[in-house]
Design a protein around this ligand. Structure first.
Ligand SMILES: *Cc1c(COP(=O)(O)O)cnc(C)c1O
Length: 234
């Protein structure tokens, strides 16, 4: 049976291979371990194997894990990657280090208002809808700049880049098309905001296409922690 440590090493090797194929340096690409629905013991196992960045989708589950682990594991960087309702903004602002799924100015304003002054500014990515699937969230690619301009004025937020979820399709040509569209939008946004350094795209099933198109952060869950069973409690 493969262990979490084995699967982390395999994921890291996949990143190295995908980077080499397109002449990129794999040190530009960070691995976010997506631990949603998985028990705290699995996070500690991954931590002991060297992993420091973890992603969570559900506010209360993430906050519970952060509260349990933050004193003993202050080096963990916590990323919120799920959909956020505005009434949960305060919880995200007061616990997480990163928020990847920002697509509304109203939520940005709340996160800015609630970010505690003793914490560093909250790192944020704007989520863009690059998929033809209607269920996917995120803003239209043409609306990125006005939202970026608004976030840029908020002192408790630090805009880091763009995030997207690809279509669930295994069609590699479609994955390539979606990720290259986001990569172009990122390049355009960087002409206004050159400090941006994060293109959050690629998951267990489409990491290669994402890295070929400039991803700097891949979000890997099931390939590290195994399939998710949504009835499991933490
Ligand atoms: C669950 C999730 C992931 C990880 O998905 P896997 O297919 O398990 O790698 C990545 N990004 C987001 C936004 C997710 O919700």
């Amino acid at each position: 049976m493969t262990t979490i440590a084995d699967r982390l090493a395999i994921a890291q090797q996949r990143i190295i291979n995908a980077a080499q194929l397109t002449g990129r340096n794999s040190s530009e690409i960070r691995l976010l371990a997506v631990s949603k629905t998985k028990p705290i013991a699995d996070i500690i196992t991954a931590y002991e194997a060297g992993q420091r960045q973890f992603g969570e989708n559900y506010v209360q589950e993430g906050v519970d894990k952060i509260t349990t682990l933050s004193t003993q594991y202050p080096e963990i960087e916590w990323h919120f990657i799920g959909p956020l309702q505005s009434n949960k903004s305060r919880l995200v602002a007061s616990h997480f280090d990163w928020m990847h799924t920002l697509s509304r100015e109203k939520i940005a304003q709340r996160l800015n208002d609630y970010r505690p002054s003793e914490m560093a500014p909250l790192n944020v990515c704007i989520q863009v809808n690059i998929s033809a699937e209607e269920t996917k969230s995120g803003i239209d690619i043409h609306d990125i700049l006005p939202l970026a301009n608004a976030i840029h004025k908020m002192p408790r937020l630090r805009l880091r880049g763009l995030m997207a979820i690809g279509s669930t399709s295994a069609d590699v040509a479609l994955q390539q098309h979606e990720f290259s569209t986001l990569n172009q939008a990122f390049a355009e946004l960087k002409s206004s905001y050159p400090h941006l350094d994060t293109l959050s795209m690629g998951m267990s099933g489409d990491l290669d296409a994402a890295i070929a198109n400039g991803s700097t952060l891949v979000r890997i869950g099931s390939a590290i922690f195994g399939e998710r069973h949504y009835s499991d409690s933490i």
